[in-house]
Design a protein. Structure first.
Ligand SMILES: [Zn+2]
Length: 387
């Protein structure tokens, strides 16, 4: 064998080994099933495809948890992991699913809204494939997903995404972004089917409130806030002022822009009777100028570059050496969700939603997030779900 052929053969072998090795990891990530223990408040679990048949049998289908109180009242839909690279959302949703009890009304939770996106990753940014949350019984393993659905589930992308039905021109990538494809359609691209199914759920179940939970960069002004259209503004403002005054963390309200289409807080409000809200909590992991995108950065939010930018007043949130730990972010979201429900219930007593055994900000900061997750190996028969 000539020297040239030898180099070529060795290169092909190295390439094949690396491709197989990474392929196995991507396969394991895509097919890992997250155990979710349905807590004492869960009364039924359905699939999102029950509201749009086109989702059946696809990677975009996902569980919908219902926590129905004994007494009739109002209804709220909580959506998490619209963006699966903002896992503060699914952690907050699981804290609710595994612990909350509903006394009056109904709480509906979709913990893995863009299920396909949660099985996608961002190798160019060096995203970890998984992260572990420590608990009293060991650690709970989560998939770290991406902002957009996997091209394995929805492909090819158009040159430009033409929003339906407003026809606004959006980035080609937004066709796989479930915070741009609202209100969706039953025969559109897969992610439009996901948002269409949620719209059908809101309309068929006569849902009063919808909350879409996110995380955002510390260098982005829309963070530590509730985004609300005009119709939700009064409740958002009172809820924001109350948590700021009573619970000791910063929060403000941002208006939902009227001319920017496809977002949950815009289209849910315009295309249903539901009052929408979108919550953001600071997530240093998402900022561009950070060190490596490690699990530690994701969970603790500590980064020397962000700290230095904070000293130069480049951030939109307070930031010091303690970083922005996950328990603070989850705690903020839990408190804001509970306060929005509380404010709505006070103004609409016949449509009240009363929840007990759901932790607030101070509880999460004191106990940590893992404290609220139950051991799937000890789950009661019929109460374990995989998503
Ligand atoms: Zn987001």
């Amino acid at each position: 064998m000539s020297r040239n052929s030898m180099i070529k053969t060795v290169s092909v072998i190295i390439f094949a080994v690396l491709t197989t090795w990474s392929g196995i990891q991507f396969y394991q990530h895509r097919h890992y099933q997250l155990p979710i223990v349905a807590g004492p408040g869960v009364t039924k679990v359905v699939k999102l495809s029950d509201y749009c048949a086109g989702l059946k049998g696809t990677m975009a289908d996902t569980h919908v948890f219902f926590l129905q109180g004994k007494e009739e009242g109002g209804k709220i839909l909580i959506i998490a992991n619209t963006h699966s690279n903002e896992p503060v959302a699914i952690l907050s949703a699981l804290v609710m699913i595994e612990n909350a009890r509903v006394e009056k009304g109904t709480v509906i939770i979709i913990p893995q809204f863009n299920n396909s996106g949660s099985r996608n990753t961002k190798p160019g940014d060096g995203y970890p494939l998984f992260f572990d949350v420590p608990t009293g019984w060991g650690s709970k393993k989560f998939r770290m997903g991406n902002r957009n659905a996997s091209p394995l589930d929805q492909w090819p992308d158009p040159d430009v995404y033409v929003h339906y039905p407003e026809r606004q021109l959006l980035s080609y990538l937004d066709v796989r972004n479930t915070n741009r494809t609202w209100p969706g359609r039953s025969d559109g691209p897969l992610m439009e089917k996901v948002t269409y199914a949620a719209m059908q759920l809101l309309r068929e179940e006569h849902v009063d409130l919808a909350i879409d939970i996110h995380g955002a960069e510390t260098m982005f002004p829309v963070t530590n806030c509730i985004v609300a259209p005009d119709k939700s503004m009064r409740i958002a403002t009172i809820a924001s002022m109350t948590v700021t005054a009573m619970e000791g963390f910063e929060n403000h309200v941002e208006p939902s822009p009227k001319g920017f289409r496809g977002l949950s807080h815009r289209e849910i409000g315009d295309y249903s009777d539901t009052l929408p809200f979108l919550l953001e909590a600071p997530t240093p992991f998402l900022d561009q100028p950070t060190g490596p995108k490690t699990v530690d950065l994701l969970l603790k939010g500590k980064d020397p570059f962000i700290l230095s930018l904070s000293k130069q007043k480049k951030l939109f949130v307070p930031y010091d050496k303690s970083g922005w730990p996950m328990e603070k972010r989850v705690g903020q979201h839990c408190s804001v969700v509970l306060e929005i429900m509380h404010q709505y219930s006070m103004k609409n007593p016949d449509r009240a939603i009363l929840v007990s055994n759901a932790p607030h900000y101070a509880d999460l900061v004191k106990n940590g997030v893992g404290h609220y997750f139950h051991n799937p190996n000890e789950a009661k028969k019929g109460s374990l779900y995989f998503n």
